[in-house]
Design a protein around this ligand. Sequence first.
Ligand code: NDP
Length: 283
Amino acid sequence: MALIIDGKAIANNVKAEVKEGSEALVARFGEEARPNMTLVLVGSDPVSKRLVELKTKDCEAAGITPTVISLSETTSEEKLLRLIDRLNNDADVRSILCQLPVPEHISTKKLLAAIAPEKDVDGFSARIDSDDYDIAACTPAAVMRMLKEAGVDVEGKHCVVVGRSNIVGKPMAIQLLLNNATVTVCHSKTVGLAEHTRRADVLIVAAGRARLITADMVKEGAVVIDVGMNYIEGHPVGDVDYDSVEPKASMITPVPGGVGPMTRAYLLVNALKLAERAARGNQ
Ligand code: NDP
């Protein structure tokens, strides 16, 4: 039986830490320094709407002031980019989040590039050198914290990441490298995926393919982190076939209740860091 890494419980601790940090910032610099987050939602996708609601609640619990801007599905790319520009230049706005996915007529790449790095609460524009890693992409930062809380030191371990997206797979591989792991990154063109995953001491899966990883693809005693979030008949399902993999793994994250709540908690960590930077800059 694997130890289940409880993302919800760790996320509650992270939220409490951020709340403490927010209040300390306000105590030192005044109410105007309170962290805030502007959440932009384009369209009416129910999952995105729900995520924005959850993120808003998380902010409130952590002493961060949320503002939600909801735009219609037909909002043009130009109008959205103008809004981002306005938010970038508004000194009262400390951090910006644009809920993904956006409708197809809007370029995600252009949109993410438009958000000023000093307000990018998702950490998508984080630089890849270790010196600038205090604002990290949320999901990889969340995974690193979960590993730490579970007592897993990746130094010298073989970590296999399935997925190479700019927002999860690539920054995940970099965070592991920064922590002295030996890293293999797999993707949709990888030949013999199972041969790679079977060699993993720590397997991190972010492919967006429901139950892609089955027991035969996992080494006995491996640590398995499931980033995937897929919906089957309205139910959340990870990229790992939990029921078959769990007995083989030494530790595993569930879906839901694993990486998801931790990613959201790391948004709060970044919001606090951005507000702290802004407050120091205004001194
Ligand atoms: P993307 O679709 O951007 O990237 C998926 C990656 O997986 C790509 O690199 C793709 O390869 C690779 N891939 C797809 N199919 C296979 C396969 N059969 N074998 C090996 N590799 C494969 O997704 P994201 O990175 O944005 O997200 C990944 C998953 O994580 C999704 O389910 C998403 O919902 C979830 N997610 C969950 C979060 C959380 O908080 N829990 C946060 C962010 C994401 P290629 O590059 O060749 O196309």
